[in-house]
Unconditional design. Structure first.
Length: 118
């Protein structure tokens, strides 16, 4: 099983980034996919989640609603996080996670650094 995040980097406040998570080794379409982030000295927090199969249901942390969009491409086994209007407080390591309910399984990527600074 592999989950590999990419697309992180340094961006100025107000800028945009698109994170990608490329996966392999599990039935991607059956997994609920999420993005989490962890800032220095803080706990890891959920940023966005998208349902399995059709991906028709999404949910976001209040702090990113209206600015971030999660999406998935089941044909490519990838999940994305479009981040707009970035703020310095969005600076963190961003992780993608795949979760299956039956059977109960959970997989994490290694993370990608996002730094928002002028």
């Amino acid at each position: 099983v592999q989950l590999v995040e990419s697309g992180g980097g340094l961006v100025q406040p107000g800028g945009s980034l698109r994170l990608s998570c490329t996966t392999s080794g599990f039935t991607f379409s059956s997994y609920i996919m999420s993005w989490y982030r962890q800032a220095p000295g803080k706990e890891r927090e959920m940023v966005a989640v998208i349902s399995s199969i059709g991906g028709g249901t999404t949910n976001y942390a209040d702090s990113v609603k209206g600015r971030f969009t999660i999406s998935r491409d089941n044909a490519k086994n990838e999940v994305y996080l479009q981040m707009n209007s970035l703020k310095p407080e969005d600076t963190a390591v961003y992780y993608c996670k795949g979760r299956s309910l039956l059977p109960m399984r959970e997989y994490w990527g290694q993370g990608t650094q996002v730094t928002v600074s002028s």
